[in-house]
Design a protein around this ligand. Structure first.
Ligand SMILES: C[S@@+](CC[C@H](N)C(=O)[O-])C[C@H]1O[C@@H](n2cnc3c(N)ncnc32)[C@H](O)[C@@H]1O
Length: 376
């Protein structure tokens, strides 16, 4: 991977000498007694413990979703006993789950020992696709059970089976595979579409080609917000029928053409003055991405725009969503990788694009957006 000129690491970090001192038990003991350093030692300890318990916390969330607890609490507060009966779980274990949910700030324990939803817990139901994603993470966490084996690579993972196109195996997709991943994507794409379209304007664009557009959620949202815009959607032939019926249902069929094909095997359809790649590049290795960006450049007219929207690495300034969750998720897929805005921009420039602009993400755990132009 190339060096990112615009996102170089800042200085910082401990000198090796000082890091060795800090990591000695004697130093920790001494520092925890001094009034100046006591608070720091405590805070560091608590934060390290939080990282350590992260997996358990996410499994508590998974159990709350799988047992329908969050949904049940939308009706009324309940006791552990009541929930235990309907879930077929012993009362003291259900109480432990609810207590853990309350400790994580998802639930609230009330004075009468019933549990209710806290604001964060209630918000989960309001985020499209989040509960499905929490369930889907089950397979990802299994792939993460042996992180060193995952890092060494080579093993078949749950996620590479879930996303069969990543190794160019789209032609041998089993029945239902495309519908399975497209449904998961469609639910979560609503927020991605909103954040992307709030970040970049499509003013002046007449026809937008959404490559890897799935079941058309992004394109539909773009068409709804821009009354004069027309759309083209390009995706694998197993996926495009889903997009066709979605456009039909949304009453947008007359404004869109749908094209089935693989960007690995041929050119992208021409005729659009803007191309979007939403959560597409991070599925693929550099070679595929370089090839795809070249095809996008050739399919656009001079002055045509390319919009890339996906979760990104923080590059020289590592950040949690891109560099922890998405970096390992795409690694478990097999060929994917999270790139920084700087790196993607560099690849776009190499493909011939100019005016590369990285837009500050409102919610980097949902998406970041980069746009660039094919020169006239
Ligand atoms: C992660 S999904 C994203 C879908 C949608 N853009 C979204 O954000 O929800 C990636 C999409 O790229 C499509 N795709 C993968 N490989 C492809 C290829 N070789 N040619 C065309 N589309 C492809 C997949 O079918 C899938 O719909």
């Amino acid at each position: 991977m190339g060096v990112e000129s615009d996102l170089r690491p800042r200085g910082g970090g401990l000198s090796t000498w000082f890091a060795r001192r800090v990591s000695s038990p004697g130093f920790q003991k001494w520092a925890s007694r001094l009034p100046v350093s006591r608070a720091l030692v405590r805070r560091d300890g608590a934060e390290v413990f939080d990282i350590l318990q992260g997996f358990v916390a996410s499994q508590v969330l998974a159990a709350l979703v799988e047992l329908g607890v969050l949904r049940r609490l939308l009706e009324s507060p309940v006791t552990a006993r009541h929930l235990a009966l309907s879930a077929g779980i012993e009362t003291d274990r259900m109480a432990a789950l609810l207590q853990a949910g309350a400790a994580l700030g998802l639930l609230k324990r009330r004075r009468d020992d019933t549990y209710a939803l806290a604001r964060k817990g209630a918000a989960i139901g309001g985020v499209p696709g989040l509960e499905e994603m929490i369930r889907h993470n089950h397979g990802f966490y299994s792939d993460m059970m042996d992180p060193v084996a995952l890092l060494r690579g080579g093993a078949e993972t749950n996620l590479s089976a879930f996303w069969p196109y990543v190794r160019g195996r789209s032609a041998e997709m089993e029945d239902g595979a495309a519908a399975r991943y497209s449904t998961l994507m469609a639910r979560s794409q609503e927020l991605v579409a909103q954040d992307t379209l709030l970040t970049v304007s499509l003013k002046g664009v007449e026809k937008l080609l959404d490559v890897g557009g799935g079941s058309g959620v992004f394109l539909s949202e773009a068409l709804r917000r821009n009354r004069r815009l027309e759309g083209m959607l390009f995706d694998l032939p197993d996926v495009t029928p889903l997009a066709e019926s979605a456009f039909e249902r949304a009453g947008l069929r007359g404004r869109v053409t749908v094209h089935g094909g693989s960007f690995r095997d041929g050119p992208l359809p021409a005729g659009a003055d803007a191309i979007s790649l939403v959560r597409v590049l991070y599925d693929h290795d550099d070679e595929t991405v370089v090839d795809l960006l070249g095809k996008a450049h050739r399919a656009l007219p001079p002055g045509g725009r390319l919009i890339i929207s996906e979760p990104m690495s923080g590059g020289g300034r590592p950040e949690r969503a891109g560099d922890v969750y998405f970096a390992f998720y795409t690694m478990a897929m097999g060929t994917g990788r999270v790139r920084s805005g700087g790196r993607i921009g560099e690849m776009c420039r190499d493909a011939g694009f100019v005016s590369v602009k990285l837009r500050t993400a409102r919610r980097p755990y949902i998406t970041s957006v980069l746009s660039c132009v094919r020169p006239g």
